[in-house]
Design a protein around this ligand. Structure first.
Ligand SMILES: NC(=O)c1ccc[n+]([C@@H]2O[C@H](COP(=O)([O-])OP(=O)(O)OC[C@H]3O[C@@H](n4cnc5c(N)ncnc54)[C@H](OP(=O)(O)O)[C@@H]3O)[C@@H](O)[C@H]2O)c1
Length: 436
């Protein structure tokens, strides 16, 4: 058993940083007996030294100069849990150039510069680990990178944002509208005062880009992800979904699609609300939990489930990375690294789905025929249609057969031009196949 401590410089002492310090301070004996590693916190960088810190954070370890840590030759591993691009990117790069390994939970940075940072780490003979960047405490990245390294992964479908899953669960189970469910999430601390990153699917898109890169071994960036949030999901959508044996979830979907030539695949990465069959394992993921469903050629179907956020679960994932980095430093090894070529991204326009579409129209004879004609003219075949009276207006609810996204978008643009069409009130893609 080793007794030479591995020295850590921790950048950030917020939710994740403070939880990590707690585990390292309180579970030192367990960590050493289970892993053989002795971890010593050399210093912790924060922005504001005047902020009160939890009792287990020793004040004399704190500094407001993060560059002091990355340039300190006595520090072996930098743990970056401050978030954002700046100065996190420069700090990580400086740490790697100073021959330190890096552990980060920074999905924002990795979803844009993950490959560059990994290449820099390799060129310096050091590791960069980021298990906590996707789905917090769920051991997903390492499973994809290590256990499924040679698997032909076909699809990764995830509920990777706990805030939106909580909001959608409240809408579904308590029948409260989006705005109230959001306020509820804010009161409980699940949603920020400015919820944009969560409800607009930005956070989920960053995670989707990282997942696709790892699952398919290609460079996928945040800007490659088609994104749609949950702000327009209504209780009426839920009511329709339930009647047909579905629920609504915000999904991150990463898909490998064989190209016509068969040699190189295309990758589709998108985040959007979807109707999920109640029989699908993801339908039962409630509240702020995350889950990721992986489909591979040899392994079949796998599901990873757990707490996707929160200080302690995330710190648990960070600690696992720290132990791996410490082990590699001790034995002079680094993680296996493969260069990821640029992905060929297939635009969402080219994908086929069934669609749920709800349109409010003037309740006059002939309007349904007008709308149906537009669908037909664009080659979008209607599988079922319901009409609900709303006084002067009527709601037309369509489920289409499989149709290309661009044909459906063109259909909707033309329907909006019809004088009788008042508003589009529902537009949701269906996961799998709806056939009743
Ligand atoms: N929270 C989660 O559940 C979760 C889950 C998965 C991944 N993550 C990722 O983990 C990272 C940290 O998240 P968090 O929730 O712990 O954030 P947080 O609570 O906002 O903490 C950020 C910490 O970084 C410090 N900091 C920020 N800018 C700094 C600067 N320029 N110099 C020195 N210190 C600086 C802050 O200092 P002060 O305390 O002085 O303000 C604070 O201690 C983010 O990348 C996040 O995306 C978080």
């Amino acid at each position: 058993m080793s007794s030479i401590p591995v020295r850590l410089g921790i950048l950030g002492c917020g939710n994740v940083g403070a939880a990590l310090v707690k585990i390292i301070v309180e579970d030192q004996g367990l960590i050493e007996s289970q892993t053989g590693e002795v971890l010593e916190i050399a210093a912790i960088a924060v922005r504001d030294l005047s902020i009160e810190r939890p009792g287990w954070v020793s004040r004399n370890l704190l500094t407001d100069d993060p560059f002091k840590l990355v340039n300190d030759p006595s520090i072996d591993i930098i743990v970056e849990v401050m978030g954002g691009y700046d100065p996190a990117r420069v700090l990580i790069e400086e740490a790697l150039r100073s021959k330190k390994s890096v552990v980060t939970a920074n999905k924002t940075l990795l979803s844009d510069f993950g490959e560059e940072i990994s290449q820099l780490a390799r060129s310096q003979g050091r590791d960069v680990f980021f298990e906590a960047a996707v789905a917090g405490g769920i051991p997903l990245i390492r499973s994809l990178k290590v256990s499924l390294a040679a698997e032909r992964v076909r699809r990764v479908t995830g509920i990777v944002n706990g805030t939106t899953n909580y909001i959608l669960t409240r809408m579904s189970e308590d029948g409260i509208p989006y705005g109230e469910a959001l306020r509820n999430a804010q009161e409980l601390g699940y949603a920020e005062a400015d919820p944009t990153a969560d409800v607009e699917g930005i956070d989920a898109s960053a995670k989707a880009a990282i997942l696709a890169s790892i699952a398919f071994g290609r460079k996928v960036r945040f800007s490659d992800v088609s994104r749609e949030g949950i702000t327009s999901v209504t209780l009426d959508d839920f009511e329709f979904a339930k009647r047909h044996g579905y629920t609504l979830k915000l999904l991150a979907i990463c898909e490998w699609l064989e190209s016509d030539e068969g040699s190189e695949g295309d990758i589709s990465v998108r985040v959007h609300p979807a109707m999920v069959p109640l029989t699908h394992p993801l339908a039962s993921v409630r509240d702020a939990f995350n889950a990721v469903f992986v489909e591979g050629d040899s392994v079949g179907e796998l599901m990873f489930y757990g707490r996707g956020a929160g200080g302690m679960p995330t710190a648990s994932a960070v600690l696992g990375d720290v132990i791996d980095a410490a082990h590699n430093i001790r034995y002079g090894s680094i993680e296996r690294h493969v260069d990821r070529p640029q992905a060929r991204i297939l635009a969402i326009d080219e994908l086929q789905y069934q669609f749920y579409i709800a349109i409010d129209v003037s309740d006059r004879p002939g309007v349904l025929a007008q709308v149906a004609t537009v669908f037909g003219a664009n080659g979008v075949s209607i599988m079922s249609m319901e009409q609900v009276g709303l006084g002067q207006e009527a709601r037309l609810i369509f489920i289409t057969h499989q149709a290309k996204e661009h044909a459906v978008q063109k259909t909707l643009a033309e329907v909006r031009e019809l004088a009788a069409a008042k508003r589009l009130v529902g537009f949701i893609r269906v996961l799998g196949k709806i056939d009743n």
